[in-house]
Design a protein around this ligand. Structure first.
Ligand code: BG6
Length: 483
């Protein structure tokens, strides 16, 4: 693969919650990799900020353990790690008090980009934003980065948006959805809008339906406390699957520019029909041998939270009217695989007889693992015996075709953090998008909470509850088997 690393301008990046799990696993190892690739300039600094009492050396030792554990061995270059660590400082800061803020201010430099990563509970966003301003640390050029969950419903998302808006302009706020940083997710836009081939067919006239699947093999063990208050709808659909749906369904933006792209995504969310109960299937995984059931993982024997959800969604606009989009995601399923399958309609007339030759094409975009594209086409079965038809895949693995999404392709966090420094908001959610997504999910969640809806049990290692299969069978369709 041709590697084109363009260094960003020097920056001071403050990570609030610098001693937390996300910083340890993703943010700091990601920054090390960007440093290793030459993208993070020597004049940059990373400042960990948290409540823990420790000095910069202790924090550097903590960062090093994250690199040791979460960076591939062939990228562990001890000299580079030492040089990277020399760019790191630590300051003890009390998000809700006055301690440490003047130390942080003393550390910040003029003349470099200032970014503040809020890798903390959303309840602290307001305190941090306010103190950054009161103490004269942030200015009109500074950027803040916030993580999901961005609220747990429309009201809380609005409250978070308005608390941030008191101190920062929308152009300074970077709301991360790490799905948007995935290589193949961006490829969705390249495939759709960089080729003439697909766009003329990309509508209800030619597409029968679309399936978006994000299937995970892991359970929620270890994070049951958080998950049980969220469930698959809040944890995955409102954000990650919604973003995939937007990219697959949106109109072509006039430019590849942050607001042009986000305007088009917002229109899709606003065009989503409310989903009736009959079109939603919620599931919960059962115990599997020694492996605990969801309720045990969640620590609540009566939990009604869903670890799986499947739904039939309709985008009510000119392009998509009548073509449903089926979503499904869940934990403890058979495979770890995410894909989008665009199932085209059958040809209108078969010259080969009724049964033969009336098969639809299917375009599958594999997001992970083994990123790639696969187009199912009909050909003649080779050899004698008349005109017999068969289906074959035109299969392209991105790794084979262009050398990667391999090792040299930055992971979602690496890319998104560099976009923050570059000041490019295209792959970040705008406040109105997040609110529109909650406005769509809220009534469904309220309905099942009000009705005490009980999710359907499913076997660990299966493809979800039977109801999920029935959701498509009812429409004369079936889920693709993901592997
Ligand atoms: C997170 C969810 O946002 O995304 C997790 O909170 C989920 O529950 C994860 O496992 C999936 O991300 P990825 O990149 O592994 O597909």
């Amino acid at each position: 693969m041709v590697s084109r690393v363009i260094p960003v301008d020097p920056f001071d990046l403050v990570i609030f919650g610098g001693t937390g799990d996300l910083a340890h696993r993703k943010i700091l190892p990601g920054l090390y990799l960007r440093y290793l690739s030459g993208q993070m300039p020597e004049g940059s600094r990373i400042i960990g900020a948290a409540r823990t009492e420790q000095d910069s050396d202790a924090f550097r030792a903590f960062v090093k353990t994250g690199i040791d554990e979460f960076v591939a061995e062939d990228k562990q270059d001890s000299e580079a790690v030492e040089r990277f660590l020399s760019h790191i400082e630590y300051v003890r800061v009390d998000a809700k008090g006055t301690d440490g803020w003047s130390d942080l201010k003393d550390l910040m430099r003029d003349g470099v980009i200032k970014a503040f990563y809020f890798s903390v509970a959303p309840s602290l966003f307001g305190d941090l934003a306010e103190r950054l301003h009161l103490n004269g640390i942030a200015d009109g050029e500074s950027r803040i980065v916030v993580e999901k969950p961005f609220g747990r419903d429309l009201a809380s998302a609005k409250a978070l948006n308005s608390v941030l808006a008191e101190h920062f302009d929308e152009t300074q706020i970077y709301r991360i959805d790490h799905y948007l940083g995935k290589e193949t997710v961006q490829n969705l836009m390249a495939v759709r809008f960089g080729n003439i081939l697909f766009e003329p067919l990309w509508n209800a006239q030619y597409i029968d339906h679309i399936q978006i699947t994000v299937s995970e093999t892991v359970g929620v063990g270890g994070r049951g406390g958080y998950y049980d208050k969220s469930g698959a709808m809040r944890d995955m659909v409102q954000n990650h699957l919604m973003q995939l749906l937007c990219l697959i369904a949106m109109e072509p933006p006039a430019q590849f520019d942050p607001d042009a792209v986000r305007d088009e995504k917002l229109k899709v969310i606003r065009a989503l029909d409310p989903v009736p109960s009959k079109d939603i299937v919620r599931g919960q995984y059962r115990a599997d041998g020694d492996e605990p059931a969801y309720r045990e993982d969640a620590g609540d024997p009566n939990s009604h939270t869903e670890s799986f959800i499947a739904m039939k969604v309709q985008v009510s606009n000119w392009r998509w009217s009548g073509t449903p989009i089926y979503l499904r995601t869940g934990k403890k399923l058979r495979a770890r695989a995410s894909e989008i399958a665009v199932v085209f309609k059958d040809p209108p007339h078969s010259i080969f007889g009724v049964q033969e030759g009336r098969r639809g094409n299917v375009l599958v975009i594999r997001l992970q693992p083994d990123e790639g594209m696969n187009l199912r086409v009909t050909i003649k079965e080779p050899g004698p015996g008349g005109m017999r038809l068969m289906e074959v895949p035109l299969d392209m693995s991105f790794a084979d075709a262009v050398g990667g999404a391999g090792d040299d392709v930055p992971d979602a966090y690496e890319r998104l953090i560099m976009d923050v420094i570059r000041g490019n908001q295209t792959l970040f959610m705008r406040g109105d998008e997040v609110e529109a997504a909650w406005a769509w999910t809220d009534p469904m969640i309220n309905r099942w909470e009000d009705n005490g809806d009980i999710p359907e049990p499913y076997d660990a290692g299966s493809s979800g509850p039977d109801g999920s299969l029935a959701l498509l069978v009812r429409d004369g369709r079936r889920w693709r088997e993901v592997k």
